[in-house]
Design a protein around this ligand. Structure first.
Ligand SMILES: Nc1ncnc2c1ncn2[C@@H]1O[C@H](COP(=O)(O)OP(=O)(O)OP(=O)(O)O)[C@@H](O)[C@H]1O
Length: 313
């Protein structure tokens, strides 16, 4: 088993109190598995990614454990995590394209980054991987500003995986790209897994359709908790949680005009995570909620590998 997250609780300290961004997340990710992580803005996707790499100053683990390849990650000890970053677990952040240092040419930046990690830069290997994602070698002698959005994204992907991490977290890596560039980036990620540059991956996105193309398993989060997790095909063809069903229904269809059929969103908004209500957090927006839903629904394995947190599923 590659990654085991157990009852992870991560809060943000704010002047108004603790924001419970992750409130008891439990899930596993197998060797070689790509997990697509979806859910509305603010449900905790990025917090989960960041918790596994580098907590920011306002984040605090209040409970739970993370075990990667049999070793517990010291996620709240920034120094101790240095041993794991890039080598065991690597993150392509949400705004990776603007994260490249604008004052350094790419080659110098890569060399400095690897040296700071105590690794010897293997430029031949770097170039091989650039070839694989279709990046010309001249890119190494350019400044980030001279690259297109898609090129920057692929460059960040190559850099983040150069030390062959066991787990890669790709946070919204395709959001700012046009559809064909999105596909190229998604293909490159799959290629990295096939080549053994990474073992497993968490692919964070708003885009349920794209997730279905590349992920083996999809995990749907709602308000800091797991709503449903199942093999990608099953999530799309046989969703069990009412929230997943509504997410799927709200996907726009090509060929259907807005004037002919209203594009349905999900009415209402998620609860504040400052002081979330007891019970199922989706119940105020749920079309089938009942009295039972005033109590917290446990996560139940309804079919093999199909986990759902809903009393009515
Ligand atoms: N630095 C912070 N301080 C306080 N609260 C924060 C901070 N960062 C995030 N949050 C809160 O934590 C919750 C989860 O945020 P997070 O960014 O993880 O969600 P997300 O699902 O990744 O959203 P998005 O898709 O918009 O990136 C939200 O309620 C958010 O407002």
């Amino acid at each position: 088993m590659s990654l085991q997250v157990s009852d992870l609780r991560v809060h943000y300290k704010t002047l108004r109190g603790d924001v419970r961004a992750l409130d008891g997340m439990t899930f596993e990710l197998g060797d070689g598995e790509i997990l697509g992580l979806v859910g509305e803005s603010g449900c905790g996707k990025s917090t989960l990614g960041k918790s596994l790499i580098r907590m920011d100053g306002r984040m605090r683990r209040v409970g739970g454990t993370v075990v990667l390849d049999g070793r517990e990650l010291p996620i709240d000890d920034d120094r101790a995590m240095n041993e794991f970053r890039f080598r065991e677990v690597s993150l392509i952040p949400q705004y990776a394209m603007s994260a490249l240092n604008p004052t350094r040419k790419i080659r110098r930046m890569v060399v400095e980054l690897l040296r700071s990690r105590g690794a010897t830069p293997d430029m031949a290997e770097l170039e091989r991987r650039m070839d694989q994602v279709g990046l010309p070698r001249e890119v190494l002698d350019r400044y980030p500003i001279e690259l297109s959005g898609g090129m920057k994204q692929r460059m960040v992907m190559v850099i983040s995986t150069l030390l062959d991490p066991s787990l890669l977290i790709a946070d919204e890596v395709t959001s700012a790209l046009d559809v064909s560039t999105q596909k190229a980036v998604a293909r490159a990620l799959l290629g990295f897994r096939e080549s053994g540059y990474v073992k497993s991956m968490i692919f964070v996105t708003h885009d349920l359709a794209l997730t279905h193309h590349i992920a083996d398993t999809v995990m749907v989060m709602y308000a800091g908790r797991l709503a449903e997790k199942a093999p990608a095909d099953q999530i799309v063809k046989a969703p069990r949680h009412p929230y997943t069903k509504l997410l799927l229904d709200s996907l726009p269809e090509v060929g259907v005009r807005y004037a002919d059929r209203r594009l349905e969103g999900i009415a209402g908004s998620p609860p504040s995570l400052l002081n979330p209500p007891a019970g199922c957090r989706f119940r105020d927006r749920c079309p089938i909620a009942g009295e039972q839903c005033a109590a917290d629904p446990p996560v139940v394995e309804l079919a093999p590998d199909h986990h759902v947190a809903c009393w009515k599923a």
